[in-house]
Design a protein around this ligand. Structure first.
Ligand code: FAD
Length: 317
């Protein structure tokens, strides 16, 4: 290997301070799975994570092989420990800006003043769930109020279920109908939503009861279970389990500012690659339906793609 190749390799591997081969922005399920696989591939990797995974307020996570019922933050802590054991670097910090500098490097500037550099950057910053504006709802989000029947529907089997509407109509109607797979008693509080004729037919066909009164407030019904009281103009109703349909807002500002192509409101990726060279994205930030298992799986897949991309670059003469 000649001198210039050696210099180039050293630069790509990140021998300078604050310089890495791969930056992973967001250390949730997708980002951490990717980072572990990259570290095991002997890449110099850094996770920058501000510690707010989407399901952090849930005590139990479901549908994740070998980890059913585990607290989500416990699984992530295990992942971060595994990553660090392979030499990975984690900064508890927030990336404020990301820009391509000097042709082939991405520079991330953080809230605490760090400046981190790599030729490849993976953004795995998740989404923000924007809930209907009902007093009391946010306080119970993730502990008594859920959105995904496949994550928390089983726990509602045979119980009375209340669904609070107000946002994301298509998702809310579909979710309310799906919940009848687990419960024969599902009431949807439309709370301002206005179903189309076809949506109404599906709701009726699946046996969802509609309540058209606005929701005034929701609150816990008891201390020792997940029951919820829903107050409307006509009175207060108690449910054993409660769901709602949030708007799913991707945390994709870094990607958009970097110039990534956006299609139908979402940054588009192909095998994790964005339209910008050296910039990758994975998990909920580019795919809102992904559950934990999918986020982990796609994270691992993109890690391999990044490693092989770097491998090919290193030996491309
Ligand atoms: C209430 C609730 C319950 C759920 N329960 C389940 C369940 O039981 N089973 C299941 O399979 N799925 C469940 N999910 C879905 C699960 O949360 C997601 O599938 C998963 O979190 C997606 O992983 P991710 O890595 O894409 O995003 P996240 O896990 O949300 O991770 C994103 C990370 O990026 C960080 N971040 C964001 N912006 C920045 C920045 N600028 N700088 C640094 N860090 C940043 C965040 O702090 C966060 O740590 C649930 C979701 C919710 C909302």
């Amino acid at each position: 290997m000649d001198e210039s190749s050696r210099e180039r390799l050293a630069r790509m591997r990140g021998d300078e301070e604050g310089s890495f081969e791969v930056l992973v922005i967001g250390g949730g399920f997708a980002g951490t799975a990717a980072a572990i696989n990259l570290a095991r591939a002997r890449r110099k990797v850094c996770i920058i994570d501000d510690g707010k995974p989407r399901n952090r307020s849930s005590e139990h996570m479901h549908g994740v092989l070998g980890s059913d019922g585990v607290r989500p933050t416990t699984l992530l802590e295990r992942g971060h420990t595994e990553f660090a054991a392979y030499g990975g670097v984690i900064f508890q910090d927030r990336v404020e800006s990301l820009a391509r500098v000097g042709g082939d490097n991405w520079v991330a500037e953080t809230e605490s003043g760090r400046s981190l550099t790599a030729s490849q950057t993976l953004v795995a910053t998740g989404i923000t769930d924007s809930l209907p504006e009902v007093p009391g709802l946010r306080d119970m989000w993730g502990s008594r109020v859920f959105h995904c029947p496949y994550c928390h529907g089983y726990e509602a089997t045979g119980k009375s279920v209340g669904v609070i509407g107000g946002k994301n109509p298509a998702f809310t109607f579909k979710m309310a109908s799906l919940l009848t797979k687990w419960s024969e008693s599902v009431t949807l509080h439309l709370n301002g939503l206005d179903p189309t004729k076809e949506q109404l037919q599906k709701l009726e066909a699946t046996g969802v009861v509609l309540d058209r009164d606005g929701v005034v407030r929701v609150s816990p019904a008891a201390e020792n279970d997940t029951s919820v009281e829903v107050m409307t103009a006509s009175g207060t109703i108690r449910y054993d389990a409660c769901f709602t349909g949030p708007d799913f807002i991707p945390n994709d500002q870094l990607l958009r500012k970097a110039g990534c192509t956006v299609v139908d409101g979402w940054v588009s990726v192909e095998g994790g690659k964005t339209s910008q060279p050296g910039l990758w994205a994975v998990g909920n930030v580019v795919s809102s339906p992904d559950q934990v298992s999918q986020a982990i799986g796609t994270g691992a897949g993109v890690a391999i793609a990044i490693d092989q991309f770097l491998f090919d670059e290193e030996f491309s003469g």
